[in-house]
Design a protein around this ligand. Structure first.
Ligand code: NAP
Length: 307
């Protein structure tokens, strides 16, 4: 693989940045990767595990010579971090991000950057419920989608180079506009997370009534919810606050469907339930056929999944 950038700076050293670093190293895609995280503890840990070629004590030091700077911090602080790095950026550099919400991040970051840098937002559709510098791994983006969300006036050459980097890290790359991105992600990621948080919260309330039965007899459906509901609280608070409109739109539709299913159960309308579940089963098949998940039972964890 040929080297795509001489110098890349990763700002924020959590799950996504650390996975990017290991994927960049695997592919030999960048000459030198510098990194910065807010807390001394994260910077110490990064040095200890060899995360980044150079871990810097200040964010300006990390970004000043970089050809590409990637903001890998929670979406709620993207604007503040962009303002901090703006005076130190090299002329002609590209600034990108990995935030899970795009319209709000573009609004926050866009006006903080000087006119002599290129801004090319992006979002890798890959993650786990773990966070922090030790949670990353080189394979995270393999065969997963990364969406590049160009802003008005984004330089085609800067977009094309960023695309090459993501492809080099194993991702499939598509372009999408910000509003569409935020609606699609509200359906595929944001609303499901909120539903998982709610379901686990309900079970936790119930646990107080039934003692430890919810944990002891934890079945596959509930365990899958708990995995999602273990995701980073800061990240997800920021996602909901910054993708408010699209999330509320999808939750409105979700509530209507839930009421319709509730009524079908109350009315004993088995035909409605059966045809609804047949339709949703086909969606799972489509995801497997698209190579985005395993067909193995219980996600290939081995053993039978309790129902
Ligand atoms: P993470 O593991 O929690 O790491 C976040 C990093 O941001 C940490 O290094 C943290 O530094 C740093 N940070 C937090 N607040 C900061 C501030 N005010 N100034 C400077 N640095 C700050 O998070 P992540 O999962 O990698 O997520 C990073 C971004 O990727 C988010 O925008 C998220 O929406 C997006 N994303 C996440 C996923 C996912 O599944 N996790 C998937 C796709 C995209 P300290 O360690 O020093 O606190």
């Amino acid at each position: 693989m040929t080297q795509i950038y001489d110098r890349v700076a990763l700002v924020g050293l959590g799950l996504i940045a650390s996975s990017m670093f290991w994927a960049i190293k695997r592919g030999g895609l960048v000459g030198e990767v510098s990194g910065y995280a807010r807390s001394p503890e994260t910077r110490r840990k990064a040095r200890e595990i060899g995360l980044c070629d150079r871990v810097c004590e200040t964010v300006t030091e990390a970004v000043k010579d970089a050809d590409l700077v990637i903001l890998c911090v929670p979406v709620g602080v993207m604007g503040a971090v962009a303002a901090e790095i703006a005076p130190a950026l090299k002329a002609g550099a590209t600034v990108s991000d990995v935030g899970s919400v795009k319209a709000d991040v573009i609004a926050q970051v866009g006006h903080e950057l000087p006119s002599n840098v290129h801004f090319v937002p992006a979002h890798p559709l890959a993650g786990t419920e773990h966070s922090g510098p030790e949670s990353g791994f080189a394979e995270l983006f393999d065969n997963r989608w990364t969406l590049i969300v160009p802003v008005e006036g984004s330089d085609p050459a800067a977009i094309s180079k960023l695309r090459q980097l993501w492809e080099g890290m194993g991702a499939n790359v598509d372009e999408m506009d910000a509003e569409h991105h935020d609606l699609v992600l509200a359906v595929t990621s944001h609303a499901p997370h909120l539903i998982a948080y709610t379901m686990v919260g309900v079970a936790d309330d119930l646990r107080r009534v039934t003692d430890s039965e919810v944990i002891k007899y934890s079945a596959a459906g509930f365990r899958d919810f708990t995995r999602i509901a273990a995701s980073d609280p800061t990240m997800w608070r920021d996602v909901f606050l910054s993708n408010k409109d699209a999330t509320l739109e999808i939750l409105g539709r979700f509530t209507e469907e839930l009421f319709a299913l509730q009524k079908a159960i109350r009315d004993g309308d088995g035909d409605h339930l059966h045809s609804y579940f047949t339709r949703t089963r086909a969606i799972r098949r489509g995801i497997i056929e698209a190579g985005q998940d395993t067909a193995a039972a219980n996600f290939g964890r081995g053993g039978a999944a309790p129902k």
